[in-house]
Ligand binder design. Structure first.
Ligand code: SF4
Length: 393
């Protein structure tokens, strides 16, 4: 599942990672959402198994960070819940057989309509202990317009199946800005979502890719995909701000620009990205970071599977992060966490004086400073991109 718009990346010597996150990309979807032009495809189910074969082989042949202990796994996409549970288990087995594991959090992204009673039981049995459900809206008009396969009732059914199977860590997301969304329907979706008692909630602002069906319609005009019914940016910002207030009242901690959790339920895997901790990505288009290098696989699923099946590398880009890039990453990623970053630590590490770089942002109220900690101003998160542009400029 693609994350629609994100509101807002120490160079170590050879890294010996204590713990490691593993991401597995499953780039298949049942249909294409109208706003999405992500590298995912609607393909014949017969192609799923060869792809999983390739992922398992890539995991078994990878030599990266073999001295680390895997504590988080994230099975994302695309729609990985489309895979047979036995294939998801094969991926999990490949990770367990090839890496030292002390698995704490194992997340599966799942679309509501793909969740069945039997699958939920099999997922738990395979070692998956967290499900991130792509709810997006609880309004059928909005879901239909977005090209989603599920409807409101599917979400309720899916939650029942997951809970009955024994899942106690469920994340759900909503998208602000879907065609036909109004303040009333937005608040209704959010109220219903909270009542479903997830442990974690993500709120994304709709990002329409120009190459998507909706994107093309917005550019060229037309009414088939609801281009004229996409709420304006200021309405989206208002939806986001109302969600901040409602979720705080409901006891959710706003720990990252797009993410809220009940105490202790922040996504341990995703925190690794924002804290520049090591992770390995397997599958088409998957990215990896060992603390020093970033590399990624070819996006095309069939090119990826062919390369692995022929014993060739699927890596298409590989770069060593320079100290200047590492510093930008510390700021760009670190500030996504609302707790902020320790400026004194970064200044010591990179020998940089940040006072001039942040002064204007502090004066403009986009950043706040408390001792050595700087953070985004919680009241100005909807314009946090301005802070990032200024910081990285
Ligand atoms: S589920 Fe929809 S938004 Fe997510 S990757 Fe597939 S087409 Fe894109």
């Amino acid at each position: 599942m693609q994350n629609p718009r994100n509101l807002a990346l120490e160079t170590n010597s050879r890294v010996s990672a204590a713990t490691l996150g593993v991401y597995v990309q499953v780039p298949f979807c049942q249909t294409k959402c109208t706003y999405c032009n992500f590298h995912t495809g609607v393909v014949a189910r017969s192609l799923y198994r060869p792809y999983v074969d390739a992922v398992c082989r890539e995991i078994s042949e990878s030599r990266a960070l073999r001295d680390a202990t895997v504590d988080t796994v994230y099975l994302g996409g695309g729609t990985p819940s489309l895979l047979e549970p036995a294939d998801l288990r094969r991926i999990m087995d490949a990770i367990r057989q090839n890496y030292s594991c002390a698995l704490d959090e194992v997340t599966l992204e799942a679309d509501p309509e793909t969740i069945t009673e039997d699958k939920a039981v099999a997922w738990l049995d395979a070692g998956i202990n967290r499900v991130s459900m792509g709810v997006q809206s609880l309004n059928d008009v909005e879901l239909r317009a977005a090209g989603r396969m599920h409807r409101r009732d599917d979400v309720y059914r899916a939650v029942e199946f997951l809970r009955a199977a024994g899942f106690r860590n469920i994340s759900m997301d909503l998208i602000a800005g879907l065609p036909h969304q109004t303040r009333a329907t937005w608040e209704s979706s959010l109220t219903e979502l909270i009542a479903l008692q997830p442990q974690h909630i993500s709120i994304y602002l709709l990002e329409v890719d120009d190459g998507s069906r909706l994107g093309k319609e917005i550019i060229a005009g037309g009414a088939k995909y609801g281009a004229g019914a996409v709420p304006p940016d200021d309405a989206m910002a208002e939806f986001y701000e109302s969600a901040c207030a409602t979720l705080a009242t409901a006891g959710f901690e706003h720990y990252e620009i797009s993410n809220w959790s009940l105490p202790g339920r922040a996504s341990k895997h995703n925190l690794k990205y924002w804290r520049r901790q090591p992770y390995l990505g397997f599958g088409a288009g998957a990215h990896s970071f060992d603390g020093q290098r970033r590399w990624s696989n070819v996006h095309d699923a069939s090119a990826y599977a062919t390369a692995i099946a022929q014993g060739r590398t699927a890596i298409e880009s590989d770069e060593t992060v320079t100290p200047a890039q590492a510093l930008d990453e510390e700021l760009f990623l670190g500030l996504r966490e609302l707790a902020g970053i320790d400026l004194a630590r970064i200044e010591r590490k990179y020998g940089a004086d940040f006072a001039p770089r942040v002064r204007k942002l502090l004066d403009d109220g986009l950043l706040e400073r408390s001792g050595d900690t700087i953070r985004l101003n919680p009241a100005k998160l909807t314009i946090s991109n301005e802070a990032f542009v200024e910081l990285l400029g």
